[in-house]
Design a protein around this ligand. Structure first.
Ligand code: SF4
Length: 374
């Protein structure tokens, strides 16, 4: 409790002290409190509170997962304005991985790098029916021990439309074929005014939440994400955080929250002149801190966002409330398409990055169980 008392001392005379007291009493914050956190300009104070809450849960450890990411197809008919990765059907640069391609990459990464998870995400390819995914998941399960963390709600929705089936039926069949959990991608900002501009052809906020609820009901855990830094307001950011908190109170199915910043390079939002620059490091650590405070006692794991913000900022995020460095992401293609930075790390680089700032690296599995301490 000493750390928590220190946090209370830090904010005792501040405008946020009542929020911290409520959280420590086990009360959930609601939209008004979340708005105050998001609108706070005292990022250092937010970080001090968040870091001490993080220490209460995880002490001095910071976790990571040794994983491979397979962006299995770049064919997509959803044309999101924030995406530099997709290619329309018929474009010269399209690709789709075959089951053999997938198996080769998965087995090679497991044998040479010791990966324990495959993160499987791609475009909304109208030519890929349920059998494509079932065949791949079944083959991975039969030939390796890697957990399959795959297919965001919008991909599930696309498969259901192709199959003229329900999203719940699709989820059940994918679970049967080996799917272990869902990544939280495709949420962006759960506000339909934002979505109708940046991704008008993608599922609406209520559909994202409904598909996540269906997955949780079937026993498929997931993560949740927030992509900030496009056209959304602070109020829309706060509402996004609260919508996920409300579903978590109902299902307890979210294992982790991953706030990540929009990378504008080579996207329509940049070429239209709407967003010229990434939202930057200060916003990164602020969103991490707000998330830790808002989700304390509700969603334990919070990932730093090295993929779009770089290793240095991800290290700093660990001091602002994050407990997980994320994955090695061997083979990442989506953010790589923006050309912004190198988008894969080896586990040794992550271990060194965590040690550099005085934390103890622990390798985790898909369900955040600790596998090894370094
Ligand atoms: S973000 Fe996903 S759904 Fe949107 S265009 Fe890119 S690949 Fe397609």
């Amino acid at each position: 409790m000493n750390n928590i008392r220190l946090a209370q001392d830090l904010v005792i005379k501040s405008d946020l002290s009542d929020i911290l007291e409520d959280i420590l009493r086990g009360q959930r914050i609601r939209i008004n409190e979340c708005m105050r956190l998001v609108k706070s300009i005292d990022v250092v104070k937010l970080g001090a509170i968040a870091n001490l809450l993080r220490q209460r849960l995880f002490g001095n450890t910071a976790s990571f997962i040794n994983n491979i990411i397979l962006n299995y197809t770049n064919v997509c008919v959803t044309y999101c304005k924030f995406c530099a990765f997709y290619r329309p059907p018929g474009h010269n640069d399209t690709y789709t991985l075959s089951k053999e391609d997938v198996l080769k990459r998965v087995l090679t990464s497991a044998q040479t790098l010791g990966t324990t998870q495959v993160l499987f995400q791609g475009g909304h390819n109208p030519n890929l029916g349920l059998e494509y995914y079932e065949g791949i998941f079944d083959a991975i399960r039969k030939s390796s021990k890697l957990a399959i963390h795959g297919l965001s709600p919008s991909e599930i929705d696309m498969i259901a439309k192709i199959e003229r089936s329900s999203t719940k039926e699709v989820l059940a069949r994918l679970k049967e074929s080996g799917l272990d959990s869902l990544p939280g991608a495709g949420a962006e900002i759960l506000d339909d005014d934002v979505k109708s501009y940046i991704s008008p052809l993608k599922i609406k906020s209520s559909e994202w939440l409904r598909i996540m609820e269906e997955a949780h009901e079937l026993g498929l855990k997931s993560s949740a994400t927030m992509m900030y830094g496009t056209i959304e307001s602070e109020e829309q950011q706060a509402r996004h955080i609260i919508k996920i908190a409300e579903l978590q109170e109902k299902t307890n199915g979210f294992m982790a929250f991953i706030p990540w910043s929009f990378e504008p390079n080579a996207t329509d939002l940049q070429s239209e002149g709407m967003i010229r620059y990434p939202s930057g490091g200060l916003n990164l650590v602020k969103m991490i801190a707000v998330s830790r405070i808002a989700y304390f006692g509700l969603i334990d794991h919070l990932q730093s966002s090295w993929l779009t913000n770089g290793i240095g900022m991800a290290q700093l995020a660990l001091y602002y409330g994050a407990d997980d460095f994320g994955g090695t992401l061997i083979g990442e293609e989506v953010v790589s398409a923006t050309g912004a930075r190198s988008t894969e790390l080896t586990s040794n680089k992550i271990i060194n990055a965590i040690k550099q700032i005085g934390y103890e690296p622990v390798e985790r599995d898909n369900f955040y169980n600790i596998l090894k301490t370094y």
